[in-house]
Design a protein around this ligand. Sequence first.
Ligand SMILES: C[S@@+](CC[C@H](N)C(=O)[O-])C[C@H]1O[C@@H](n2cnc3c(N)ncnc32)[C@H](O)[C@@H]1O
Ligand code: SF4
Ligand code: SF4
Length: 461
Amino acid sequence: MTECYEVSNSSVIAFPTKQVRIPVNDGHVVYIPETSRVLHVNEATIKLLDILTIPCTLKSARRRLKNLGLSPGPGELEEVLKVLIQKKCLICNGDFLSEKLSAETKQPLSYEVPRYASVHLTDRCNLSCIYCYNKRFRSKSKRNELSVNHWRRLIESLLESGVDQITVTGGEPLLRPDLLPIFSEARRSGAKLGLITNGCLVEETGIVEIVDAFDSVTLSLDSHLEDVADTLRGAGSYTLALSALKSLSRTGIQVRVNCVVTKLNVDDYQESRRFFLEKGACSVIPMILQPASSKDLDLRPTAEQLELFLDKNYDVLTSECGYEELYNNSKIGWVGRKRSCGAAVSEFAVGSDGTVYPCRMLMESEFAGGNMLEEDLQNIWTSSSVLDSVRKLTYDSIEECKNCDFFNICIGGCRGSAFKITGELGGWIGPELCHENMQFLRHKLVIAMRAVQEKGMENAK
Ligand SMILES: C[S@@+](CC[C@H](N)C(=O)[O-])C[C@H]1O[C@@H](n2cnc3c(N)ncnc32)[C@H](O)[C@@H]1O
Ligand code: SF4
Ligand code: SF4
C-alpha cells in the first residue's frame, strides 16, 4: 500500500495541522485525530513536523530545514517521511492512505449478544454510599424480585445465548444468598462468574459458599483510612469489608478491590492500594467516580488532583487497567476509533426483575429492552428498538464534541452519565467532565505509547 505513496521530488507533502502534542521528557507524543495515530517524536523531528504543517515538496522542506540550521544527512529525511507514511501521519498529494483507513473504521458494529453481562440480583442494599450510581433504584422492598427458579431460567438462557462472563451485582447481591447454588451450577458449566459486593455480608453468607459460586470476588473499599472509607460508604462498612478481604484471600480465590476515586481519597490512592495488596487483594482497580447526578460532580477529584493521580500511577494504570488496549493495533500506532461507548454493543445489564438494559448505568425505565422471562434474549437483542437506538446513537450530533480533537477516542464520554446529568442520551456531559476526559485521554495516549515501547512492539512491522 505504501508504494504508491512514495514521496517523489514533485510530491506535495504535509503533516496534518489538526494534531495534539503532549510533551514528555524525551520529546512529544503526537496524536493525529484524523487517522487516530500516535507518534513518539524527539525535538528534532518536531521541528520537521512544524515545517511540514505547511504543504511543500521535499526540496522546499529541505530548504526550510536548512534555514533553521538543520541539515539532515543523505536519506535521513526520506527515512523519517517513510515512517510518517507507514503510520498514516503524512498527507501526500492531498490524501492519507484513505482506502486502508476506511477499512479500519467502517467495520459494522456487531449485533450478536455480547459475551459479557452484569446481572443485578436485587435493588435493595444494606449501605447507602454517597456516590452510588444506583441510588435512584435502591429499594427497600423485595416486591419485584425474582424467585430462585426464575433466576435459574434466566441464567440458563444467558448461557444458551452465548454469554460466558457474568458479573453478579446489584444493589447488594449478597442480600440474595439463596441464589448462590445457581451460580455454582453455572460456573460448573464453564462460564466465568464474578461477584461485586460491598463485603459486609460475606462472613454471614459463608466463605465456602461464595468461593464455590464465583471465580473472583470484587470488594468495594475506597480507602485504607477507616474514617474516609466510612464517610463514603457508611459507618462500619470498612471493618466488615476489610475482614472479608482477609478471609476470602486466604482461600486462594481472586479478590480484587474496587476503589471509587473521589476528592476525599484520591491523594491517598497509592497508600490505599499498597494496603489492600498487603491484605491479600490481587489487584486494586481505581474507578474514577462516574457522576450519576450533577450533585456528584462536587465529589469528583479536582482537575489538579486528577492530573497528579494520573502522573503518580502510570504503572498501575498500565498494568492493571488495560490502558495499552487503547493501542490495540499498536504496531502501526493506531489507537482505534470508538464507534460506541459499549452500551447495548459489547455489554448489557439485567435488572432484578429480568429486564434487559443497555448497560448498568442506563437502567432507567425508558431504556428497558424487554424482559427475559417473557421473551427470548436473542429476540430482545435484535428486535428491541430501544436497544437499537442506543446502539446506533451518532455521537457527532453533540454540538460541543463535533470538532473536538479527542472525539474519535472519547465520543462524548459515558452516555449513562450524560443521561443522568442532562436528561438526554445525546446530551453533552458538561465542561468539568469534558475537561477531565481530555486530561485523561492525554495521559492514556502517553501511557499506551510507553507500554507499547516497553514491550518493543512499536518497532515491529
Ligand atoms: C453499584 S455497586 C453494586 C455491588 C455492591 N453493592 C458494591 O457496592 O460492591 C457496583 C460497583 O460500582 C461502584 N460504584 C457505585 N457507584 C459508582 C459511581 N458513581 N462511580 C463509579 N463506581 C461506582 C461500587 O463501588 C461498586 O464497586
Ligand atoms: S453498597 Fe453498592 S449498591 Fe449499595 S449503595 Fe454502595 S455502591 Fe450502591
Ligand atoms: S466530551 Fe469533551 S473530550 Fe469528549 S469528545 Fe466531547 S468535547 Fe471532546
